[in-house]
Write a protein that binds this ligand. Structure first.
Ligand SMILES: Cc1ncc(COP(=O)(O)O)c(C=O)c1O
Length: 364
């Protein structure tokens, strides 16, 4: 039996409807801006429960623009979790701020609030909480830690479409939230795409102009921005996919994750996510941890099962980051974690096959 990690073609729902829409947009030369972009922004902010949404070119730009919109103190520090995609840290550096890496917790791999408490200093101007793998970071604790301090919160929700804390969507707890619609994400476009969500009119107005050279309309530039628009075709595709997202994607991934938990719960040699019941993960990744990771990965490969590693390095291990302080939980974590296949196109049969293969590996 073969189990692919993802099959992007299979993940495209309603292919006829999407093809028809793309043909219509091409025939009518609708490529940039217009009502399709506006509609998606409106529907996405409704889905998230935010007052505003700004579509942008990708999740990296969403982070960079979001950080910029906060107009933080020059040379100040922004705290970033050590286990995340590089964009989270790039958004800090590319805006001229200093990155301070913070440890993660080993229950859900999001920011460790004990480590965060120690990292907050007079120089801290913001924290980027990453809802990694689709697991929600502890937003109420993070908000408590910054209470009464001039510290902003950015939520990196690139992997967290549909993730909720007590029924409230992530991205709405801090000052501003960012999303990626990279094709492999739970809600993916047919190319790059991203969005910024916020309840603040001021932040919205900055981001809205910033993605379009500082202008609301042609030649109305009031500051130096950039070109980072979510294009018309991507917006239209995302709008179609959003309609069935909860039913087709979110629900299915939760069912498959439940099956993994049930199947793998008793294997002592691996650690599974330990999640809070009242929260909802969108299970962008299903990550397990084991000291025998490399051999397990090879064994699964022989069984025809694709796996991945998110991520094989921690950011403070990269050569060009000067901050080399050892962080206990994330230290060499990249050699222990393994992402198992999980997507709406996988079946219970796939999950059982993967689980049984893991069980057999540890029986040997
Ligand atoms: C946590 C996280 N932040 C930011 C990004 C950047 O998104 P994009 O690839 O759309 O620029 C990603 C994408 O992989 C991500 O996983």
């Amino acid at each position: 039996m073969k189990v692919k990690f993802t099959n992007l073609y299979k993940l495209v729902p309603e292919k006829k409807k999407i093809n028809k829409k793309i043909n219509y947009l091409i025939k009518n030369s609708k490529f940039v801006g217009g009502e399709n972009v506006k509609n998606f922004e409106k529907n996405f902010s409704k889905y998230i429960g935010s007052n505003y949404c700004v579509g942008v070119g990708n999740g990296t730009d969403a982070l960079e623009i979001a950080v910029k919109s906060l107009k933080l103190k020059k040379n100040s520090e922004i705290i970033v979790p050590n286990n995340t995609w590089i964009s989270t840290a790039e958004a800090v550096l590319n805006n001229g701020y200093r990155v301070v890496f913070c440890d993660i917790n080993l229950n859900d791999y999001t920011i460790c609030t004990k480590s965060l408490e120690k990292k907050i200093s007079k120089k801290t101007s913001a924290i980027i909480a990453v809802h990694l793998y689709g697991n929600p970071a502890d937003m109420s604790k993070i908000k408590k830690l910054v209470r009464g301090k001039k510290i902003k919160i950015i939520e990196d929700c690139a992997q967290a479409h549909g993730t909720k804390i007590k029924n409230k969507h992530v991205g709405t707890f801090g000052d501003v939230g960012t999303f990626s619609f990279f094709p492999g994400k739970n809600l993916g476009a047919f190319g790059d795409g991203g969005a910024i969500v916020t309840n603040s009119k001021k932040i919205f107005e900055y981001c809205f102009r910033s993605r379009n050279h500082g202008a609301l309309k042609k030649y109305d530039h009031i500051f130096s921005g950039r070109n980072s628009r979510l294009d018309t075709i991507q917006s239209a595709i995302l709008d179609i996919k959003l309609k069935s997202y909860e039913k087709k994607v979110f629900k299915k991934r939760n069912e498959l994750a439940k099956r993994y938990f049930k199947n793998l719960d008793t294997i002592k040699q691996i650690k599974l996510f330990n999640l809070i019941k009242s929260n909802k993960s969108c299970f962008h990744q299903f990550v397990i941890r084991t000291d025998n990771r490399n051999n397990l990965k090879k064994y699964l490969e022989k069984k025809g099962i694709d796996t991945m590693i998110h991520y094989p390095y921690m950011l403070n291990e990269l050569e060009f980051f000067k901050n080399k302080k050892k962080l206990k939980n994330s230290y060499k974590l990249g050699s222990k974690i393994l992402s198992l296949p999980i997507s709406e196109e996988h079946s219970f049969k796939d999950i059982d096959y993967i689980s049984n293969s893991i069980i057999n590996f540890f029986k040997k």
